[in-house]
Design a protein around this ligand. Structure first.
Ligand code: ZN
Length: 185
C-alpha cells in the first residue's frame, strides 16, 4: 500500500495545515490513486473484501475524497453508492439519495486523521434512519483513539509527523504553510 502511494505520488512533502488544525511535514493526497483507475479498482476491491461480511447495502463517502472510493467499493460489493457533501459547512445527504429505515450502511473515506468527518457522516446516516455497520479508509493516520464505536478498517496505518501549530519545527524555519486538498475544516 505504501509502495502504491509513493508510486502514484500521493505522499506530499512540505508544510501542511491539516483539517484538525495541526501541522505536518507530510500530506496524503489520495486523489492521486484515482488518477489511475486500475489502482482505484484495486483499492476498492481491497476495502470491499475487508467489509463484505458486514453485509452493507449502501456505501457512502464524504465528498470529495470519498465519492469515487464509495462508488468503487459499492461496485465491487454490488451495493448502492452515495456521497454526503457540505452545505454551508454542514454535512448533508442531498441529490435525492435515500436510505431505507434500518438499512446497513458502510462509510468509506480516503484518509482518516481525527475521524471528525466520519462522525458527521454517521450522524447524517442515522438522521436518515440508516444503521452504520462499518467504516473503512484507505489510510489511517490517526494518532488518538477514533471517536466512533463502529468496526473500523484501513488498508494502511501511517504514522506521519504531526505538530501543534505553536510547537512546529517547520513554522520555526518559516516554511510557507499550505492548506492542501479540498476539505473545508
Ligand atoms: Zn507549522
Amino acid at each position: 500500500m505504501l509502495e502504491l502511494l509513493l508510486k502514484v505520488g500521493a505522499i506530499l512533502e512540505g508544510h501542511f495545515l491539516l483539517s484538525s488544525g495541526k501541522h505536518s511535514s507530510k500530506y496524503i493526497q489520495c486523489a492521486k490513486i484515482f488518477e489511475y483507475p486500475e489502482y482505484g479498482e484495486k483499492i476498492g476491491k481491497a476495502i470491499a473484501e475487508k467489509i463484505a461480511h458486514h453485509k452493507p447495502t449502501v456505501v457512502i463517502g464524504p465528498a470529495l475524497g470519498g465519492v469515487i472510493l464509495a462508488y468503487e467499493v459499492a461496485r465491487q460489493l454490488g451495493t448502492r453508492a452515495m456521497f454526503t457533501e457540505r452545505e454551508n459547512g454542514t454535512m448533508k445527504l442531498r441529490r435525492e439519495f435515500h436510505i431505507e429505515t434500518g438499512e446497513r450502511v458502510a462509510i468509506v473515506e480516503d484518509v482518516t486523521t481525527t475521524g471528525k468527518s466520519v462522525l458527521e457522516v454517521i450522524q447524517v446516516v442515522e438522521e436518515h434512519g440508516g444503521k452504520v455497520c462499518c467504516i473503512a479508509s484507505i489510510v489511517d493516520r490517526s494518532i488518538e483513539k477514533l471517536p466512533f464505536d463502529v468496526s473500523f478498517y484501513s488498508l494502511a496505518k501511517l504514522q506521519l509527523p504531526i505538530y501543534e501549530p505553536d510547537n512546529c519545527p517547520l513554522c520555526e524555519r518559516n516554511v510557507p504553510l499550505v492548506k492542501p486538498g479540498s476539505r473545508k475544516s
